[in-house]
Each structure stands twice: as structure tokens, then as C-alpha cells.
Write a protein that binds this ligand. Structure first.
Ligand SMILES: [Zn+2]
Length: 237
């Protein structure tokens, strides 16, 4: 799902993955919009169609920045909903990461297995989620068609290497992040705050794009500089 641009220029993407016993919502939007009602109706429709017993909705975040957690209050203290706090300590405890560089952790939604990786660098609580059913890899603000803001360069370099390593032995149908800031014209992004993006790039990135990110990061050897690539820009802060 995507939050409409008219409600917030960030227009972030939200992802809902549904298994036979649990569902996982990744992110709650940038605020100023009802997120809970559409999620509730999607789950109700799913239960009706599949006769299912999706008993628990886990609400987690791609990372803890404000444009991805603003709708959290809509899910707090509701029966059947487990809201994972935004901070990295809570995220690590919930998914069972042992350290920043720990391996992927399996997360079972019931007949739908996910692999969750800690990928700090953009933000300490950043995670990636791989859906074995669709071979889609969700990368949050760490990797999307736009400005990849890097706060912790060492952690970011380790995380991109981890993503490349993780995908080496797996199919990847698409890599999906949480924004589009890029135009279809290569090396071109829309300025911060742009609402109307008529020539917007597509959302999907590929494993080849990920390898381009990782190899560019490697050549920087820890000294990050703002670097434009055809479909994204590495942007140290
Ligand atoms: Zn964001």
C-alpha cells in the first residue's frame, strides 16, 4: 500500500504480509491518515475468502523514523495486535537478533516463512524482510529508488554486504523499499517535499542494483561521499 501524496509528501509504502495464523504489517505511515481501517478491512476480507484464522496482527517497522511510525497509536492496546516498539533494543529482542551482524532470523506467519535481517546504517533499528513465498525482499529506507541517507557508514557498509550475501543463494523477484524519489530519467531525483511526481521511476529494484550499491560502497572504503547512480544516490549525513 502507499500513503497518498496529498496526505504527506513522503508518500511512504506500507507492506502487509498475511499467513495462515499471523499477519505482519510493516510501517504505519507518515501521519494524517487512517491506516487501521484499511488494514482491518483487508484482514476481514482475507479471513472471509480463506476461512482463515489470522489471529494476530504483528505491527513492526522498516525502521524507527517518523514517516514510518506515525500511525502506531491506531494499533496500540488493541486485542489481537502486537505492536513492536520503534527502538532497536525492542526490535532486536522481538525478532531475536543476537547482534548487529547476526544472521537472518526466520519468522513464521503460518504457511508463510519470512527471513528478517538487521540492516542498521540508515537508522539503528532498520530491518529487511524476505518473503520466501514471493521472493520479494523489503528493504525500507536502506535501499529504494531515491536518496539513500546514511547515518552510520560502517554499519551501512556491513548491512549492504549482508544483503548481497543473503541473496546469493536465494531467488529475488524484486527489491522493494519505502519511497520513490527518483524520476525515470537516470541520475535524477525529485527535490525533498515534492508532492506531484508525474515522471516517477518504478518502485522495483533488482539484485543487480543491490550489487551496484554494495560495490560502490566498497570503493568508498569508509569515506562516504554523495554519489549519484542511475536509480539512487548514496547520501551520507
Ligand atoms: Zn522514510
Amino acid at each position: 500500500m502507499r500513503q497518498p501524496a496529498c496526505t504527506n509528501y513522503e508518500k511512504p509504502f506500507l507492506y502487509l504480509l498475511i499467513g495462515s495464523t499471523r499477519a505482519l504489517l510493516i510501517d504505519t505511515g507518515a501521519g494524517g491518515i487512517d491506516v487501521a481501517a484499511p488494514i482491518d478491512s483487508l484482514l476481514t476480507a482475507w479471513r472471509a475468502k480463506h476461512g482463515g484464522a489470522v489471529r494476530t496482527l504483528v505491527v513492526a517497522h522498516s525502521h524507527g523514523h517518523g514517516d514510518h511510525i506515525a500511525g502506531d497509536a491506531q494499533f496500540r492496546d488493541r486485542a489481537g495486535i502486537m505492536l513492536v516498539p520503534r527502538d532497536s533494543a525492542a526490535v532486536y529482542a522481538f525478532f531475536g537478533f543476537r547482534a548487529q551482524r547476526s544472521d537472518a532470523v526466520a519468522f513464521d506467519l503460518g504457511d508463510r516463512m519470512l527471513d528478517v535481517l538487521a540492516i542498521p546504517g540508515h537508522e539503528p533499528a532498520s530491518i529487511a524482510v524476505y518473503d520466501r513465498k514471493t521472493a520479494v525482499l523489503l528493504t525500507g529506507d536502506t535501499f529504494y529508488p531515491g536518496r539513500l541517507y546514511v547515518r552510520d557508514t560502517a554499519a551501512f557498509a556491513a548491512s549492504t554486504a549482508r544483503l548481497v550475501g543473503f541473496t546469493r543463494s536465494r531467488q529475488v523477484s524484486a527489491i522493494l523499499g519505502t519511497h520513490i524519489e527518483q524520476a525515470r530519467t537516470p541520475f535524477t531525483d525529485y527535490p525533498v517535499g515534492t508532492v506531484d511526481q508525474p515522471d516517477e521511476d518504478r518502485l522495483e529494484l533488482s539484485r543487480a542494483d543491490l550489487i551496484m550499491l554494495d560495490s560502490t560502497v566498497r570503493t568508498m572504503r569508509g569515506r562516504f561521499t554523495r554519489t549519484r547512480l542511475p536509480r539512487f544516490t548514496i547520501w551520507p549525513r
